[in-house]
Design a protein around this ligand. Structure first.
Ligand SMILES: Nc1ncnc2c1ncn2[C@@H]1O[C@H](COP(=O)(O)OP(=O)(O)O)[C@@H](O)[C@H]1O
Ligand SMILES: [Mg+2]
Length: 299
């Protein structure tokens, strides 16, 4: 005979086998987790919401978050396009695409108008997730664009024909606030800022926000900060918790409740050329990016 269990506080306990890292009410941000509704189902697709994954500091998890948020969004039935907008091509490589061997990349679409964007988009090994690849050629675009009329809107013009086909376009920015990043901000509806839980992480964020505000005033009045994502969090160290407290103090509700822990599984996925949601679908990292996807869908 089963005993009656009231809903309410008991339902906060993790389901058996759920193995979550944070069964307690207070999340890794040190705040209670806010309620996130179940994402609504979609019938058709588009027009896409464009998010720029942006932080001029390198190694903070921009590329990792682009791949894994994208893959998690597809699990909720969304069609996703990932745009590699860093000449290093790490996003392409992280999806197993040998970007340095490609004849045509986003560079050719932006600079040579004869190349059609739909010929450059490639499918990834994740269903419903496509990629606009790039490689080192893109670094030349930054120089060549300087002399162009409307140089800040080159990416926005390039992406426009694709927007009806996707629900989300995620742009993986390079670690700088140069012309390529400004193009990404001009093309975006929102900015997602990955922030490493390390001592100097807040340095430079004021400059980034300043740049976002300038782009909003001068080029793209619709641009919003979608959220700040704490990455590389180590729940065992006081240091990580202190940095987290400062981030929450500085940015409040903009900080996602979903937090990405530091784990060697992410570097492993890069070698595997697959997102963590398929490489280690039951891992804490995969769950964290799914939780982030739900928050993004709700914002
Ligand atoms: N949560 C994490 N824990 C541990 N390593 C991570 C995590 N996220 C990313 N990494 C690793 O850190 C390095 C930098 O991450 P990356 O996403 O490329 O940052 P960015 O694009 O901001 O330069 C990569 O080797 C990546 O595999
Ligand atoms: Mg990167």
């Amino acid at each position: 005979m089963s005993t009656f269990q009231p809903a309410g506080e008991l339902s906060l306990a993790p389901r058996s086998g759920d193995n979550t890292d944070e069964p307690e009410e207070v999340g890794a941000t040190g705040r209670p987790r806010r309620h996130v509704p179940e994402p609504p189902l979609v019938n058709g697709h588009g027009p896409a919401k464009v998010l720029a994954m942006c932080n001029q500091k390198g190694g903070v998890g921009k590329t990792t978050s682009t791949i894994n948020l994208g893959a998690a969004l597809t699990e909720y039935g969304r069609r996703v396009l990932l745009v590699d907008f860093d000449p290093q091509g790490a996003l392409s490589v992280g999806l197993g695409v040998p970007a340095h061997q490609l004849e045509q990349t986003i560079y050719n679409v932006i600079i040579e108008r004869a190349v059609g964007i739909k010929d450059v988009v490639i499918r990834t090994n994740v269903d419903n997730m496509d990629l606009l690849p790039s490689n080192i050629d893109l670094s030349a675009a930054e120089v060549q664009l300087v002399a162009e009329v409307g140089r800040e809107q080159a990416l926005e013009r390039t992406l426009r024909p694709l927007l009806p086909e996707y629900d989300y376009v995620l742009i993986d920015c390079q670690p700088s606030l140069g012309l390529l990043t400004v193009n990404a901000l001009a093309a975006a509806d929102g900015v997602l800022i990955p922030l490493e839980c390390e001592f100097f992480s807040l340095r430079g964020v004021a400059l980034l926000i300043d740049t976002i505000e300038k782009v909003r005033e001068r080029l793209n009045p619709n641009l919003d900060i979608t959220g700040i994502l704490a990455t590389m969090f180590d729940p065992r160290t006081l240091h990580s918790k202190e940095v987290m407290a400062r981030v929450v103090e500085a940015f409040g509700d903009t900080v996602f409740d979903s937090v990405i822990n530091r784990t060697v599984r992410f570097p492993e996925t890069t070698v595997a050329g697959a997102p963590i949601t398929t490489w280690a679908p039951r891992s804490a990292g995969a769950k964290a990016y799914r939780a982030l996807a739900r928050e993004v869908l709700a914002r």
